[in-house]
Structure formats: structure tokens, C-alpha cells
Design a protein around this ligand. Sequence first.
Ligand code: ADP
Length: 266
Amino acid sequence: SEEALNHAQRLESVGQLTGGIAHDFNNLLTVIQGNLQVLDELPALRSDGVAPELLAAAARASRRAAELTGKLLAFSRRQVLQPTAVDLGALMQSLVDMLRRTLDQRVRIALQQSADCPQVLADPGQLESALLNIAINARDAMPEGGTLTFSAEPCQTLPASVRLGLDDPTATAESFVLISVSDTGCGMSEHVREHAFEPFFTTKDKGRGTGLGLSTVYGFVKQSRGAVAIDSVPQVGTTLALYLPRGGRALPCAGEAEADATRLPS
Ligand code: ADP
């Protein structure tokens, strides 16, 4: 629809603006960090008890600022990704194992993969951090616990709203893999759903939310020539659907139980 297209264009221009700022800001941070390093190595300052702590605090703050600009750069597509054919089955299994060890025990984590789950073409590190961002949001949406479900399957249909968000308008469903992450949490209002991908949009307390999680996810899928959609019902839950380009040949996905037994030595 017209509205979805406008939305994609608005995100695009927000991306260009934030990307430009993040890029220049990062250069300034490099200068600050370099100067801090020089100061830190001055013998006169080393013997003074106070200055090293101040320098360390300044260095920590600028590292944190660099992390934030890194997220903004990911959103604005100025960061270069390395797409490779990724074995989704293995990537999701290890992510789920890690989340089961680290997330609140009241969050049940399920993994569903179709038997003919194909590979995707994406940067594996960025894909993992995108899924992690989504999982952390899901956890935040379920303070009392609930179910977090990951699934991956060859894409059957490409919703029109998703197709509008794609760089390649001739793309067909067969060329994508659908990865979905669902939670049984608080859900989003219409307003939140409309703005969720914008950088710095957050409904969380200062200090807890940066508003950069979903904008990073958006930047990652756009740069991967994929698309992302949110389906959310207040008080019921939220599903993030990531459509990523297929990569390589179809690999039989290792199911949960036989994940280790079926892994062949390479
Ligand atoms: P942050 O998590 O730092 O607020 P995000 O960009 O990741 O930033 O998310 C933006 C907003 O979208 C969140 O503040 C929240 O209101 C909403 N949101 C994201 N994921 C979910 C979810 N799974 N359930 C409900 N609301 C969500």
C-alpha cells in the first residue's frame, strides 16, 4: 500500500541522516580516544592519583558512545556486511542453547524448523545479533514469563507489505527463507508498531532502552536484501518475521533431538 511505501521511504531518509551523523561522530570519537590514550601514557599524569581514573572513565564513556554509533551505522547500511551461506539450523540451535542458559527461567524457549530448511545468505554475526536483539525485546515484553518461539522455513508467500519494503520488486517467495520469532508478551499498540523500527524510538525507561535494537534489525535485513515485518496484538503477543534471501542448496535441518548426531565432520 501507499502507506507502507511512505513508511519505508521515511525510514530510509531517517537512515541516511543518522548514518551521516553516526559516521562523523565516530570520527570525532576516534580523535578523543587517541588523545585519551596519549594522556594516559604521560608519566606526569600516571604519578597523580586522580587523573588516571578520570581518563579511564572518559575512555569507557567514549567506548560506549562508539558502540552506539556502531548500532546506528548498522541501521543506516553504512557498515559493510559479509553475506555468506549460513546454516540456519546450527545458528538457531546454538542461539537457543545460549538463551536457555541465560534468559529468565520463566521464559520457555521453543525451536521449530522445517525439515527442508534452506540456507540463508547473510552475515552470520549480524544475523545472530539481530535474533538476539529480538529475543531480548521478547523477554522484556514477558516480565512474568511466557513462550519464545523461533522458527525457520522456506517462504511460501511474500505478503504485499513485505514486497513493498524490498529493494528488488521482482523478488518472489521462493527466493526467501522466513525466520519468525514470536512471544506471548504484552504486544504493541498501533503507534508503537508503526514507529518501532525508528532509531531512538523506545517505550522503556531511560537507561534500559536505547531504541536502537529494532532499527539495527531493520538495517541488517535491508542490507541483506531482505525484509522484516511485525505482527502484534496487545495483550496477546508479537511476531517478528524476517525474510532473508536463500543461500546455497537446501540442507536438511537438524531437528532439536538429533542435532549433534546428524552433524557430519567437515
Ligand atoms: P528498545 O528495546 O531499546 O526500546 P527497540 O528498537 O529494540 O528498542 O524497540 C523499540 C520499541 O518497540 C520498544 O521500546 C518496545 O516498546 C517495542 N517492542 C519491541 N519488541 C517488542 C516486543 N517483542 N513486544 C512488545 N513491544 C516490543
